[in-house]
Design a protein around this ligand. Structure first.
Ligand SMILES: *[C@@H]1O[C@H](CO)[C@@H](O)[C@H](O)[C@H]1NC(C)=O
Ligand SMILES: *[C@@H]1O[C@H](CO)[C@@H](O)[C@H](O)[C@H]1NC(C)=O
Ligand SMILES: *[C@@H]1O[C@H](CO)[C@@H](O)[C@H](O)[C@H]1NC(C)=O
Ligand SMILES: *[C@@H]1O[C@H](CO)[C@@H](O)[C@H](O)[C@H]1NC(C)=O
Ligand SMILES: *[C@@H]1O[C@H](CO)[C@@H](O)[C@H](O)[C@H]1NC(C)=O
Ligand SMILES: *[C@@H]1O[C@H](CO)[C@@H](O)[C@H](O)[C@H]1NC(C)=O
Length: 480
């Protein structure tokens, strides 16, 4: 696949807040300002993505996307599985909306499959069956709350890209995700250039974001009264020591990962540190690009799960690892220091519990980008599936509940200190297809039996329901 086709992969996600009941908003506004609770219009939801949830991969005229093709190649997914069926959300969305309703959430974040609505790409016809599915899904969500009728249009928040920083790194540097392009010691691909293509792909994504925002602002925003933003994968990078070099390395790690996208979108240019290290490898923005980039965004979406230590590799020798090469930014990303993990480790190798990271990343963003509203668009806890576990054990997910509780506490602290965070979306409503890990890692508030697709609430679902109830203004009014 040519890199230019990344333009086609631009997908508009939807953060939908149909269940936001105006009745819930009647409250003592003044008392909120001093209360330990979140803002009265805070969105609580769950997140999903079409490939991980929908299934129905060739139903009703849908075309194939790069993950459909990739997962069907032998050896690409740990358990040999794919998202052909996933959790069958395409056919079971009504049941899933009932599950959301029982949690008491007021919003839902999901993504639209381009291959479902444009099966032959941008130059083919629109697949009306695909459009019809998303219309039915949205309308069914709206039925849950008649108060939503008071809103002008159905979708309030649009997201241009989900985790473009993961997409370009896994797709064009390590080659672990489609289109599986990489070179040299970066991975095992048949073609690619790990030291150049990620920057070209990223540049195109940034420009397509700018184009989508431009179109939305010019043609639709006034009428629809919604907002548009982008979602980045946000890791907290903790300097491994307080040496100046390590402090700078941690900052550089952000520049080469998250700010890589946010800086151009918000400031109209790449970070000076990236430019210094990469030189001409980093594409330039033309003056018309810069003009378009001025449209920026309305909010930043943050997918945050974990934190890593960062060590400088310019002034000190680093062992091999993530980050150490020139085009990655000359730092070593590691989850251990003196043999100890940064936080409690889990059965998922990249996931350590470091809830402080939530407060730190949100605060960092506020300091760097000012008062742009933020949403935690994903946060959640994954566990390796143990086929020997009984269903009862599987449902008692105390670790997930502790993870969510500690991360929400850290988030509340950041909000109380002034960060403008407007929502939290748990990943995820259901166990689902976890990319390279197939169905071997479970992230759901509800357990899914993949043989029958039966959904069963876990302890964490009950907990989240209570947490939401405790943090909505209904409760506050009742307790005032
Ligand atoms: C590289 O990929 C090829 C083809 O998929 C595979 O046969 C080979 O085992 C891989 N090598 C390594 C070191 O993973
Ligand atoms: C648009 O939304 C804002 C707040 O979100 C609200 O104050 C305003 O009245 C809305 N405008 C229209 C035309 O609905
Ligand atoms: C760095 O300094 C801060 C603030 O004094 C301290 O909290 C932190 O523990 C120090 N970090 C290391 C790795 O020594
Ligand atoms: C499941 O049980 C089998 C047989 O007792 C054992 O060999 C295997 O290691 C167990 N698997 C896990 C993941 O615990
Ligand atoms: C909700 O509030 C009740 C009463 O204060 C408390 O006992 C319970 O632990 C809280 N639950 C959650 C999930 O916050
Ligand atoms: C909040 O409301 C829920 C149900 O509406 C109730 O179960 C819970 O006890 C309430 N918590 C507090 C702290 O009032």
């Amino acid at each position: 696949m040519e890199i230019s086709s990344i333009h086609k992969a631009l997908f508009l996600e939807i953060l939908l807040s149909p269940l936001l009941a105006s009745g819930h908003l009647k409250t003592l506004k003044e008392s909120l300002d001093t209360s330990p609770l979140l803002p009265s219009n805070f969105l609580f939801g769950t997140a999903s993505s079409f490939y991980q949830f929908e299934g129905a991969f060739i139903s009703d005229g849908k075309g194939l996307n790069n993950w459909d093709v990739y997962t069907h190649k032998p050896g690409t997914i740990i358990d040999g599985s794919n998202g052909d069926v996933a959790v069958g959300h395409y056919h079971r969305y009504l049941e899933d909306i009932d599950l959301m309703d029982s949690l008491g959430v007021n919003s839902y974040r999901f993504s639209i499959s381009w291959a479902r609505i444009l099966p032959k790409g941008r130059f083919g016809d629109v697949n009306l069956a695909g459009i019809d599915y998303y219309n039915k899904l949205i309308d069914a969500l709206l039925l849950k709350d008649i108060c939503f009728k008071s809103f002008d249009d159905r979708v309030k928040y649009w997201v241009t890209f989900n985790e473009p920083n993961i997409l370009v790194i896994a797709g064009y540097r390590s080659g672990e995700y489609p289109p599986s392009r990489c070179s040299g010691w970066f991975g095992n691909c048949t073609s690619g250039d790990s030291e150049k293509e990620p920057f070209v792909a990223a540049h195109n994504i940034i420009l397509s974001h700018a184009s989508a925002v431009d179109i939305y602002r010019t043609k639709y925003q006034k009428e629809q009264n919604g907002s548009i933003g982008i979602v980045v994968h946000a890791v907290w990078y903790e300097p491994i020591s307080n040496s100046t070099a390590d402090l700078l390395a941690a900052e550089k790690a952000q520049s080469f990962f998250m700010n890589w996208f946010l800086d151009p979108i918000i400031f109209g240019k790449y970070h000076v540190e990236m430019k210094k290290i990469l030189g001409p490898t980093l594409p330039e923005f033309s003056s018309s690009d810069r003009e378009k980039l001025k449209k920026g965004l309305d909010f930043i979406g943050i997918n945050h799960y974990t934190s890593f230590y960062v060590q400088d590799c310019i002034f000190s020798e680093c062992e091999a690892g993530r980050g150490v090469s020139k085009t990655e930014g000359f730092y070593l990303q590691t989850s251990q220091k003196d043999g100890l993990p940064i936080g409690e480790s889990t059965t998922v190798d990249w996931l350590c519990l470091y809830p402080q990271g939530m407060e730190k990343i949100v605060t960092y963003k506020k300091e760097r980008y000012g008062d742009i509203p933020m949403f935690i668009t994903e946060n959640g806890f994954g566990e390796k599936d143990n086929p020997n576990s009984t269903i009862e054990t599987c449902l008692k997910d105390v670790k997930r509940l502790e993870y969510m509780s500690s991360h929400l506490d850290a988030l509340v602290t950041a909000v109380r200190k002034g960060a403008d965070v407007r929502g939290y979306f748990a990943w995820s409503l259901l166990d689902n297809f976890e990319w390279k890990d197939g169905y071997t890692i479970r992230f759901g508030l509800h357990h899914v039996d993949y043989a029958t697709l039966r959904r069963t609430p876990r302890l964490s679902a009950t907990w989240y329901k209570q947490y939401i109830a405790n943090h909505t203004t209904q409760n506050l009014s009742a307790s005032e």
